[in-house]
Design a protein around this ligand. Structure first.
Ligand SMILES: NC(=O)C1=CN([C@@H]2O[C@H](COP(=O)(O)OP(=O)(O)OC[C@H]3O[C@@H](n4cnc5c(N)ncnc54)[C@H](O)[C@@H]3O)[C@@H](O)[C@H]2O)C=CC1
Ligand SMILES: CC(C)[C@@H](O)CC[C@@H](C)[C@H]1CC[C@H]2[C@@H]3[C@H](O)CC4=CC(=O)CC[C@]4(C)[C@H]3CC[C@]12C
Length: 369
């Protein structure tokens, strides 16, 4: 817990606070924000771990609610100084309908913005995504790009479309007068692929490897680089932005910031092996074992099977046309905008990020035995 002579007078709200990123943001706030008086955690699904947080000096208020319900959002936001909006449907596997993704990610964000305006909350940090930019439907690479790099952000998939619409709403809301007459100050963070303790895809890949006798089979060329960022550093950037937004509104209001760290640029599969390897898995093949066109046929068959089986069960494998195209397109960022605007430096080095993630994987490994 943070300990400081600073007065504890601020109320923060974290939407999606029980998610993979949200939990890390909640814990980071309790460790790094000394001015916290109350921390509200708003989520559709509250985690049992929240109970352990209620013994500290900060009042932790768990609120079970749905961002698509405006009245529930307004009740949670009322009285908060800062809202960190991470809640969202992160679905590129066809689990939810496009309508549901839009309702949660776009309408939910609208509800958060309107709640800030109606109740007088002045500061809103939105968890956007690299996907707002790309990779685009044409598979154009984005190599060491920054927030100003020209790129044709063209999306068909419901998830990136919803993130792009929501981010636009947040940025456009910057400067709106909130109740009491003060201006709303907003900004959006665009993390690249987040990894770390609690990453569900890493869990799925680990269990898939166990089922295949400790092997995973390369599907993506090692030359394709995908930006990845440690969840602890994403959480840290959220805490820092929320603090500095209050001091540097003129500079930071209405801005977007890529969120990344010193994690190495590698293919999605090679990067995952940094954590799966120490857990006994190995990646078979120095190059894809199947040609791209055959992988795409398999991906389309997966999508067809998902559609056929939907009335009976949810079939949502990692391989589908969208994920294959994503994984096959280089997307890496390199920027100092966050450092220049609010002094962001990763809190965790690559070595620490790797060690913490491996340690988590190995605890999962022991429980899987
Ligand atoms: N996982 C990643 O690699 C990246 C994620 N992001 C963004 O970060 C945010 C968090 O993502 P993750 O932690 O990975 O996802 P997650 O699925 O682990 O967490 C999302 C949280 O939002 C909650 N939620 C979903 N629908 C809700 C609703 N209608 N009302 C209230 N709460 C609701 C869920 O219960 C969950 O706790 C999302 O906005 C996502 O778009 C951005 C870049 C990369
Ligand atoms: C089956 C193989 C082709 C395998 O390599 C597929 C990997 C695939 C599941 C991932 C490749 C790229 C990932 C996405 C990327 O990290 C950007 C993201 C940003 C977000 O906001 C949410 C998650 C994701 C879409 C992420 C999802 C998993 C991948 C598509």
């Amino acid at each position: 817990m943070a300990d400081s002579a600073q007065a504890q007078e601020l109320v923060y709200l974290v939407t999606g606070g029980c998610g993979f990123l949200g939990e890390h943001v909640v814990r980071m706030l309790l460790q790094q924000e000394p001015r916290l008086r109350e921390l509200r955690i708003f989520d559709l699904h509250l985690g049992p771990w929240l109970e352990e947080l209620k013994t500290g000096p900060v009042q932790v208020t768990a609120i079970q609610g749905d961002v698509t319900q405006a009245h529930e959002v307004a009740a949670a936001v009322a009285g908060a100084h800062v809202v960190i909006h991470t809640a969202g449907l992160v679905d590129v596997f066809g689990r939810a309908s496009p309508e549901t993704i839009h309702a949660v990610n776009v309408q939910g964000t609208k509800n958060v913005i309107e709640a800030c305006v109606q109740t007088g909350t002045q500061f809103l940090v939105y968890t956007s995504s690299m996907e707002v930019v790309g990779p685009n439907i044409k598979g154009h690479p984005f190599y060491r790009g920054n927030e100003d790099t020209p790129y044709e952000a063209a999306h068909r998939h419901p998830y990136p479309r919803s993130k792009a619409l929501a981010e636009q709403l947040v940025l456009e809301a910057n400067g709106r007068k909130v109740r009491g007459g003060q201006p709303l100050v907003t900004c959006a963070l665009r993390p690249t692929g987040i990894y770390g303790e609690g990453h569900q895809i890493m869990r799925d890949l680990y269990h898939q490897g166990l089922r295949l006798g400790g092997r995973l089979f390369r599907a993506i060329p090692a030359s394709v680089e995908h930006g990845r960022v440690y969840v602890g550093n994403v959480a840290w950037m959220h805490v820092l932005v929320a603090r500095e937004l209050q001091e540097r509104a003129a500079l930071m209001g209405g801005q977007v910031y890529f969120c990344y760290d010193k994690s190495p640029y590698k293919s999605y599969e090679d990067f995952n092996m940094e954590f799966l390897g120490p857990c006994g898995l190995r990646l078979v093949g120095t190059r894809p074992l199947l040609p791209y066109w055959l992988l795409m046929i398999l991906a389309v068959l997966n999508a067809l099977l998902q559609w056929l089986l939907r009335p009976l069960l949810l079939y949502a494998p990692l391989l589908n046309p969208y994920t294959l195209a994503m994984a096959n397109t280089t997307f890496t960022v390199s920027t100092d905008k966050a450092q220049r605007h609010f002094g962001y430096e990763p809190l965790f080095s690559w070595e620490e990020s790797r060690t913490r993630t491996v340690r988590w994987m190995q605890t999962m490994d022991s429980s899987a035995q």
